[in-house]
Design a protein around this ligand. Structure first.
Ligand code: SLL
Length: 152
């Protein structure tokens, strides 16, 4: 195994959630108030599967099968529910890379802030989003993985 000494490469990702109130529409259970999607994706929806092998989303234990492993893009989970909680996101990289999985945390956001910052209440039934930009840095990547990163 040859490593690219002194080199590092970064790849941008966006992770987080969107949520829409169900407004009484049929969701899952009767007490569910929102439909939401948690996702890990590339900037401008760039396909990240050349370096991401799979993504595991660990949901709250109130969900059936809370560990959701997504093996191909889009790396996302859509659910309905009633509450906010922390989602543990574990990104597994292309096995060629030899990189350890990366763990990220995201607080699922369902409810908008109470006001818009100008003193006006935020409409309760408006969809909300909570996304973060991040850069995954690969330090001294294995040469074959370096080639894959550069070619995509
Ligand atoms: C809270 N600490 O109390 C948080 C927990 C859990 C939300 C929120 C489950 C949906 C289902 C669901 O929405 N859990 O039953 O499938 O706010």
């Amino acid at each position: 195994i040859k490593r690219m000494k002194g080199l590092s490469l970064a790849r941008p990702i966006i992770y987080g959630n969107s949520a829409t109130p169900l407004n009484g529409k049929k969701g899952g259970d009767a007490d569910h108030t929102h439909r939401w999607t948690i996702s890990v994706r590339g900037v401008n929806n760039e396909d990240i599967s050349y370096f991401v092998r799979k993504v595991a989303f660990k949901l709250h234990d109130t969900y059936d099968n809370p560990n959701r492993v997504i093996e191909k893009p889009p790396f996302e989970v859509t659910e309905t529910g009633w509450g906010e909680f922390d989602i543990i996101i574990k990104i597994h990289f292309n096995p060629i890379s030899g990189e350890k999985p990366l763990t990220l945390y995201h607080h699922l956001k369902l409810h908008p802030y109470e006001e818009d910052g100008l003193g006006n209440p935020w409409p309760k039934q408006k969809p909300v989003t909570s996304y973060q930009y991040d850069e995954i840095v690969f330090n001294e990547p294995i040469d074959s993985f370096y080639t894959i990163l550069q070619e995509n």
